[in-house]
Design a binder for this molecule. Structure first.
Ligand code: ADP
Length: 454
């Protein structure tokens, strides 16, 4: 077959229907065409049934019906049937019935014009069917020409046979369905068992989690109680210590007072030592008391409009005496934010603490205090070019009594309570404190406070 042939339908046979008996003939013939073209038995029956159904309706309309069979290779190899009646159906007899018949074939269309009615249908050949070559089509044509139609009784016998095989197939399908149902039931049982097992495991896990939470709650209550006890203890001890230590300092001062002193120089030196130790002890006791108060939540901020310029001026003045080294520039810059709603005493205490630390640990370079606005916050930074703190200790320095091992303050001493206290105060003021620092380069402590209180 050349390509032009491939685009055309090839007439295989033609016949004319006049009387009802012809319906049997066309049915037989249709099956014969389907068989000759290579369709399987079920498809032969489908096509034959569709043809005979349409034929029945068209013969009922009256007059002759022309039936033509084609081998079609327009898109896919198929058998195409065209049935033409000279009578117009008026959409009444044929169309409503053909929807169901149409399912037996691949395409079906009804052309219901003024000059008559044409029904076209086609059914594809299966993939394994012999190709529709020119020789093959001649062979089919000759076979059809030689075909002798049987009697209606023959056709009935054939139909019976087809009915039996269809019934067999239905039975086989029913058996398949029953088997599938049984399998499905089995699977369902499996799924249900798995579901039960999973929900039991989930319940078990939930019970465990609930118990764990109960234990956690209990532990956190114990922790809170222990922490409160510690705070109470610190507050009481430091309070009780303050009076005797202050007395020791006073007495020491009296003893070494040159006008009334009956001590020789060595005794004076020793009393001076006692006095200086007692002063350190008093500083520690005071720090402890402050921290205990802050931890006990007994410190309420006294909110007011803080004049930052004035506060910075005061810090500059009071800390200048500590910045004794000519190698260190002590710089308190003008604050970029002039006012802030905060607690003046607490904020000054925090900044003083950070500046004192910076001066204590900076041998050369600078110690600088700044304040600027960042979004809805005010950021205070205390930056120094001092000893610095290793990264792994950045959190530990906020623990009570922790001091970086080997770090010696250049002047004064320390208790290790300054930073934890400062961080608490910043928390009370609704802000946060962070540090960035590198050994040998310096440290920057940043205090971030909200510009407006909620
Ligand atoms: P201290 O009374 O010892 O200063 P802090 O709680 O204020 O206690 O500080 C804890 C430790 O953190 C200090 O002992 C010091 O080792 C380290 N530290 C704090 N500030 C600085 C700083 N600016 N530079 C270097 N080390 C610092």
């Amino acid at each position: 077959m050349n390509s032009a042939d491939a685009q055309r339908d090839h007439l295989l046979s033609r016949m004319r229907l006049r009387i009802e008996q012809d319906i049997f003939v066309v049915r037989q013939f249709g099956r014969e065409v389907a068989r000759a073209a290579g369709m399987e038995s079920q498809d032969q029956t489908r096509l034959a049934t569709a043809i005979s159904e349409v034929a029945r309706r068209m013969v009922a309309l009256g007059r002759d019906v022309e039936v033509a069979f084609f081998a079609s290779a327009v898109q896919h190899p198929a058998v195409r049937v065209e049935m033409v009646s000279p009578i117009t159906d008026g959409q009444e007899h044929l169309v409503p019935h053909l929807a169901q018949v149409g399912r037996l074939v691949d395409t079906m269309e009804v052309d219901d014009g003024d000059t008559g009615t044409t029904v076209r249908m086609s059914r594809r050949l299966p993939p394994g069917a012999p190709p529709l070559t020119r020789d093959r089509m001649t062979e089919i044509r000759e076979g059809l020409a030689a075909h002798v139609p049987g009697t209606p009784l023959d056709e009935l016998a054939v139909q019976n046979q087809q009915l039996i095989s269809a019934l067999d197939e239905v039975r086989a399908q029913r058996d398949d369905l029953a088997r599938l149902n049984a399998e499905l039931e089995e699977t369902n049982r499996g799924v249900m068992a798995l579901y039960h097992q999973l929900s039991e495991e989930l319940e078990e896990t939930n019970r465990g989690v609930v118990a764990l939470y109960a234990e956690l709650d209990e532990k956190s209550v114990q922790l809170r109680t222990a922490s409160e006890a510690k705070t109470r203890f610190l507050a009481n001890v430091s309070h009780e210590l303050r009076a005797p230590v202050t007395a020791i300092i006073g007495l020491g001062r009296l003893l070494v007072d040159t006008s009334s002193s009956a001590l020789d120089p060595e005794q004076s030196r020793q009393v001076e030592l006692i006095r200086s130790s007692a002063t350190d002890l008093l500083a520690l006791v005071n720090d402890l008391l402050d921290l205990a108060k802050a931890e006990a939540g007994r410190m309420e901020p006294n909110w007011s409009d803080v004049d930052l310029r004035a506060m910075f001026g005061q810090l500059r003045g009071t800390l200048r005496p500590l910045a004794t080294r000519p190698e260190v520039d002590f710089l308190v810059e003008e604050p970029a934010v002039p006012h802030l709603l905060s607690d003046e005493v607490m904020l000054a205490q925090v900044l003083r603490n950070l500046l004192t630390n910076a001066l204590k640990f900076t041998a050369t370079g600078s110690v600088r205090l700044t304040a600027q606005r960042v979004d809805d916050d005010v950021e205070f930074t205390v930056a120094d070019t001092g000893a610095g703190i290793p990264a792994e200790l950045h959190e530990r320095i906020f623990e009570e009594f922790y001091q970086v091992p080997g770090a010696k303050p250049l002047n004064g001493t320390g208790t290790g309570l300054g930073l934890p206290y400062a961080r608490r105060l910043v928390g009370i003021l609704g802000g946060a404190m962070r540090v960035s620092s590198e050994p040998g380069i310096g440290s920057t402590f940043t205090v971030c406070l909200p510009l407006r209180q909620p």
